[in-house]
Design a protein around this ligand. Sequence first.
Ligand code: NAD
Length: 371
Amino acid sequence: MASNRKVMVLAGDGIGQEVMHANMQVMEWLAKHRSLGFDVSEGLVGGVAYEAHGVPLTDETLADSIASDAVLFGAVGNPKYDDLPFELKPERGLLALRKELDLFANLRPALVFEPLVEASTLKPEVISGLDILILRELCGGVYFAEPRGIDELGDGQKKGYDTNAYTTSEIERIGRVGLDLARKRDGRLTSVEKANVMLSGVLWREVMTALHKAEGEGVALSHMYADNCAMQLVRNPKQFDVIVTDNLFGDLLSDCAAMLTGSLGMLPSASLGAPDPETNLPRAMYEPVHGSAPDIAGKNLANPLAQLLSFAMMLRYSFDQPEEADLVENAVSDALATGKRTADIMSKDAQAVGTDQMTQAVIDSMDRLAR
Ligand code: NAD
C-alpha cells in the first residue's frame, strides 16, 4: 500500500527470515484494520547478500536504506562465513548500515511481561513489573576511536590496543537523547562511566552534568560507575528508569539487563540518528537483539516477539503512532497470557508452539484488543 511511511525491510539470514515474515503479517493487519499502510521496499543483507552479490550490503541497498524513513532489520550471520575476509562477513553489512546511517543512539528496553516473570533466573519480586531502558552510544568510543591496531614490537612480541575517546559534542548528543527519553518516561536518568579510573569517563561526567544543568529540566540526573551499575542491575534493577552510557559499557550492561527478561527472543532494540533534514524524522533502524540463530533456523522454532516489539518501537519512535505501538505490545502480553510459548520461553504447564502459531496468537490478540 502506498503511504508516506517508507520502510526498508532487510530480513537477512537464518531466523531473520522467519521473524520478518511474522512482522509482515502484523504490518498487513495494521494496513487492513487501522488503514496504517507502509511503503515497503525489501533488500538483501548479510549472508544472503553475499551469496547474491558477493558483498554483505550493496551500495544500492545502502542508498535505499538511507532514503527510507526507517529500516526494519531481522538478523545476519552464519558460521559458514567465518573464514571470509573481515569486510565480507555478514555482520559487516549490519555495521555498515549503523555507520552510514550515523545511528549513534541504541535503545534497548528491558521489559518484563508478567506471564514471563518465571522465565528469568532472578527472583520474581526483583523483576516483576520491570521496565527500564538502556541507552548506549553506538558510533564512538573504544570500538571506533583511533589509534587502534596490532603492532609488531620487533622482539617476537606484538601489542594490541584500542582507544576510548569521546568528544564533548558526542557526549552531548547522546546525553540529549537520554534526557528526552527520561522526560517521556519516569523522569530519571542514570549516567554511567568509570570516572574514577578513566579520563574519558571524567569528561563524560563533566559534560553530562553541564548538559543537565542547561537542558535537563524535569529530569533527575544521577551518576554511577559502570561496575557498580552491573551489580545494581542484578541486585535491584527496578531502581533505574533510563541508563545512558558509552559504547563498551552499553554493550555489556545491555546484555546483562537482557537476561533479566529471561530470553533473547523477547528483546527489541532501536537505533536512532540525527533527524533527516527533509522529513525531520530521526534516521532509524529497528532490530531484535538476537542473531540469526543458525541452530534453529528454518525449523519454525524462532520466537518472533523480539521482532514484533522492535516493530512496535518503530511505530512509536519513527511514525508517532503510540496507540498502534501500545496495541502491538499489549497483544504480545495478551498472547503470552493465553499460555502459548515458543521453546526459548517455555515453562511448566504452558503450550509449546512454533513461530507461526505464536504470530497467529499475537494477531488474534490484536483482533480481540482492537474490538
Ligand atoms: P544468536 O542470538 O543467533 O543465538 C543465541 C542462542 O539463542 C541460540 O541458541 C539461538 O537458538 C537462541 N535464540 C536467538 N534468538 C532466538 C529467538 N528469536 N527465538 C528462539 N531462540 C533464539 O547468537 P549466536 O548463536 O551467538 O550467533 C549466531 C549468528 O548470528 C552469528 O553468525 C552471529 O555473528 C550472528 N549475530 C547477529 C546479530 C545481528 O544480526 N544483530 C546479533 C548477534 C549475533
